[in-house]
Every structure is written in C-alpha cells, then in structure tokens.
Design a protein around this ligand. Structure first.
Ligand code: ADP
Ligand code: ASP
Ligand code: MG
Length: 405
C-alpha cells in the first residue's frame, strides 16, 4: 500500500464536472489499495475574482484580511471534492490548511511554512478516508489564517508529501508536463521527460508558472521527487528530480517569459555610501522581493548622482512605490517612477556551465528581431533580459526556435 499526494490545480477543479473527474481519478487510486491525500486549488478564476473585489474597495487592502478572503476559494473546492468522493462511495474528509497541521510564520499573503503536524491527516487516513486539504493556506501559531503566495497549492502538496513521507507526489494540471516553453505562447514547445530541480527553480523563478517557485525550493531541500502531469489524460508527465550528469549535454532546457514584473526607477540619488542599502533594506523590511538591479552614475551640476532601477512583482508595485516615496527625505533623490510595460525573458539549462557564448547568442537573436534590451542578469545556469512587454512573445518564440527547434 502506497501513500500518494495528488494536487489538482484551478482548471482541474474548474467546475463540478471537473471535480467529479478528480473524484473518479482518486477512486481509481483507492481501488488499487493506495492511501490518497488530495490537495486542491480554488476553482480557476476564483482567487483573481476575490482580489478584484478587494481592489474595487482600495488599492492597498489589509494583508490579514486578504488572507481571510482568499482562503475561502480553496475551502469551496475541498468541500465539493469531498462531496464528489462520497458519491463514489468513498470515505472522504476535507481539512483547511490549519486543520491539516500546516503552521506558518505571520507574513500575511506570503507566509512561509514553519512546520507541519501531520497527526490528524494520518489519523483520518488510517480510518480509511481520502483526506482533502485546502492548498495555498496555513495558520500561524496564534491561529491566524495565512496564505502562501500565488500558486501556493503546489507548495502545500510538496510540503505535505515531505511531512507524510509520501511514496509519490503528483501535480495534476492542465498541461501534460513541463515543456521547453509555455505551450500557450510557443506552439512548437516540447514536453520534457525530466528536469533537474535547479532548472525547474530557474524556470519557475522567471515566469514559468507551471510550478510555484517556493514549492520547487522546498522539493529540492527535502528531496521530494514529483511528477507534473495532466488531470485530463493518462500521458506520462515530467519527473522533477536531482540533477544527473547526462543532463549537462543539453545547453538550453527551457525558455520562460515573465509578464508580471514591473520596474521602479529612483532618479537622482546622491552618490554616497549606504544609499542602496537604505533603499533595499526598506523594501526587504516590507517583504518585497527585488529581482534585477541596475545602477547608472552621472554628474548633475557638479554633484555625482545615480539612477537606480530594479524590478519587483507587479503585485508589489503600489506597496514598493509607497516604501520608496517614504524614503525621499532620508535619501534625497529627485523622483521615483514606475514602468509596468516590461517583461523578462530567460533561457535556462545546466549545460550552460560547460558551454560558453550562450548569452552572446541570445543577444544576437534579439538584435536580429529588433528587440532592445533594458536590463541583463545571469546566473550559472540562466540568462535573463528585461525587454518591452510588447516584444515579449515574439522574442520568446525567436529564442526558442534558435536554441530548441
Ligand atoms: P494549475 O492551475 O494547475 O496550478 P497553472 O495555470 O498554475 O496550473 O500552471 C499551468 C500552466 O502553466 C499551463 O497551462 C501553461 O500555460 C503554463 N506554463 C508556463 N510555462 C510552462 C512550461 N514551461 N511548461 C508547461 N506549462 C507552462
Ligand atoms: N488559488 C491560489 C492562486 O490562484 C493558489 C493556487 O491556485 O495554487 O494563486
Ligand atoms: Mg499553479
């Protein structure tokens, strides 16, 4: 008898027919004698709809109340999935994240899992139940409801698989697996039979939302091997696991595009030690993640000043701008501007470690397409560029064609 954790994303539980389909799949695993823990997302569109409602009231809603609101999306689907399983004649019980023993810190809207107490889940499984857990949520030690960041149901599944010492962790979604690029943007993208944690991490961190970034970090840390596959067919998916030597033969494993970034520029910052520290510490203190940073030095009327540009998630833009504006008296900059019409294009592959000239080739392809590069950053296994939002998709297809077709 194996213990399987199966996670079904928003599209896979998008309506009651889909929820019945999930129940049939779970029933099949139970019929084979396995114990099953199911993690579900909110129905597709529900979380976005709830965010829209709050934003109709204010651009900066309280983060505690946002968690209270957003956690309701997953609570609908756990109950509906349990009801669907009952109609299959199966014992099934739904748990909120807190009831499943998921304890987080108190950083509302981006809480980190601190520990999982799996006793209640084990008890319900041992009584013959399928256990259905609300993804994307937990509770603090003090009992407050928290959420784990967008796409956080992936993290719930991987963390539960680690805590329960599951034999198998399956992430069911609306594509057959992880592709060389988002198949919705690049129709010629290919499904990858396997990918290393590090490559999946870089892709997830650069906009391939097929897996949430933090869930992959967690899987790597606790060595949770998992499979990404479709809830609508029986095709084998993509196995995400530790790197193997043969993986280095491929220079570029995948291409990703992040249209969810925004650029903040702080103009005319007096060029003195400590200024960058002030700016980025204030952002960090407000739990705002900064991705790329560029600084230019110039002379303005004899005083050396610098312009500092950096990228943040679009969702963090109102808060980020507010944090920077508040620093104006202390830092003494002239102006702070925001640009939402950017995108970030990345190529990823462990093979870059042993092959040179990959970045130069990417820049050549972009030049050939007439695409201007605004910012560049690289890691050992990734090259990213910030380009205009309007160029994003054509640039992605051109880069995919050159490296992967
Ligand atoms: P779920 O609701 O199941 O969590 P998501 O919408 O979060 O599903 O993730 C699946 C989507 O990720 C796919 O529909 C696809 O458009 C997108 N995607 C982006 N990059 C990739 C990629 N490299 N491979 C597969 N899917 C990708
Ligand atoms: N419902 C949440 C979201 O839309 C979590 C998830 O789907 O994983 O981000
Ligand atoms: Mg997702």
């Amino acid at each position: 008898m194996a213990l399987i954790v199966q996670k079904y994303g928003g599209t896979s539980v998008g309506n009651t027919e889909r929820i019945k389909n999930v129940a049939r799949r779970v029933a099949k695993s139970r019929a084979e004698g396995d114990q099953v823990v199911v993690v579900v997302s909110a129905m597709s569109g529900v979380t976005d709809g709830l965010i829209r409602l709050a934003k109709e009231i204010t651009a900066l809603p309280s983060e505690r109340e946002m968690d209270m609101l957003l956690a309701t999306g997953e609570q609908q689907t756990i109950a509906l999935t349990a009801i669907a399983l009952h109609t299959q004649g199966l014992g099934a019980v739904s748990f909120t994240g807190g009831q499943a023993g998921i304890v987080t810190d108190d950083v509302h809207t981006k809480a980190k899992i601190q520990n999982i107490n799996p006793e209640e889940v084990h008890r319900a499984l041992d009584q013959g139940n399928v256990v259905i857990v609300a993804g994307f949520q937990g509770r603090t030690k003090a009992g407050q409801i928290t959420t784990l960041g967008r796409g956080g149901s992936d993290l719930t599944a991987i963390a539960l698989a680690a805590a329960l010492k599951a034999d198998l962790c399956q992430i069911y979604t609306d594509v057959d697996g992880v592709y060389t690029a988002d198949p919705r943007i690049v129709p010629t993208a290919r499904k990858l039979p396997e990918i290393s944690y590090d490559e999946m991490l870089e892709l997830a961190g650069s906009g391939a939302k097929v897996m949430q970034l933090r869930s992959v970090e967690f899987a790597k840390k606790f060595n949770v091997v998992f499979e990404v596959r479709s809830s609508l067919n029986e095709n084998p998916g993509t196995i995400v696991k530790e790197e193997m030597q043969s993986m280095e033969d491929v220079v570029v494993r995948g291409v990703s595009l992040d249209k969810n970034q925004a650029k903040i520029t702080v103009w005319g910052v007096p060029d003195r030690p400590g200024q960058a520290a002030r700016i980025f510490k204030a952002l960090a203190d407000n739990s705002i993640n900064v991705d790329m940073i560029v600084q230019n030095v110039s002379h303005a009327g004899g005083v050396r000043v610098t312009d500092i540009s950096f990228t943040v998630d679009k969702a963090d833009l109102p808060k980020g701008s507010k944090v920077i504006e508040a620093l104006k008296p202390e830092v003494g900059f002239t102006e702070c501007t925001a640009d939402e019409s950017i995108s970030k294009l990345s190529i990823v592959g462990v093979g870059m470690r042993s092959h040179s000239g990959v970045a130069a080739r990417m820049f050549e392809i972009l030049a050939h397409e007439g695409v201007n590069i605004g910012m560049i950053s690289t890691s050992e296994i990734k090259v990213s560029v910030v380009i205009d939002l309007k160029d994003g998709e054509t640039a992605m297809r051109a880069v995919h064609k050159a490296f992967l077709e």
